[in-house]
Design a protein around this ligand. Structure first.
Ligand code: 4NP
Length: 163
């Protein structure tokens, strides 16, 4: 299964989701074959490493983001990835506008996988304080666990033989 996380700049929220989900999946479901990437809908930070505040907050929880570099969503991503998970409604709408009609159902809000969270969107932490980066991590960790459950169920379904 191939999963793409998407935010605006690809330096705060979606690379956090990429790093957290990769770590949790490797630890809790090493048997699954996954491709995990992230991208932005805007070009401002293409080629940059994740925001320093994002990297430091992630590292405090054991997630190493040092190898990541920002890129933009590309037209081929819409067919390459099975799930394209937007961090907020603005990026969800931008993805829907760019995606071919046949693959619209691959685009979802990431926090659908955290039904018990108080939020439906991961708030943009870029212009806020330190707490914003912790909140991003809290929401991303909750949704990453829910997503891993979903991926487990999907992979069992696709490998079990039909009746
Ligand atoms: P992200 O955060 O979408 O979570 O990567 C942002 C990063 C940069 C900007 C906005 C949001 N910016 O305006 O440069």
């Amino acid at each position: 299964m191939k999963i793409l996380f998407v935010c605006l700049g690809n330096i705060c929220r979606s690379p956090t989701a990429e790093a957290v989900f990769r770590e949790i999946a490797a630890r809790e479901a090493p048997d699954l074959t996954l491709e995990i990437e992230s991208a932005g809908t805007a070009a401002y930070h293409v080629g940059s490493p994740p925001d320093t505040r994002t990297r430091q907050a992630a590292l405090r929880r054991g997630y190493d983001m040092s190898a990541l570099r920002a890129r933009m969503v590309a037209p081929q991503d819409f067919r390459r990835f099975d799930l394209i998970l937007a961090m907020d409604r603005q990026n969800f709408d931008a993805l829907q506008q760019r995606a071919p009609a046949a693959v619209q159902d691959r685009i979802r809000l990431f926090l659908e996988f955290a039904p018990d969270a108080d939020a439906t969107e991961v708030p943009d932490p870029y212009y806020g304080g330190v707490n914003g980066f912790e909140e991003v991590l809290d929401l991303v960790e909750a949704a990453a666990r829910g997503l891993l459950q979903h991926v487990r169920v999907e992979s069992r379904r696709s490998t079990s033989s039909p009746p």
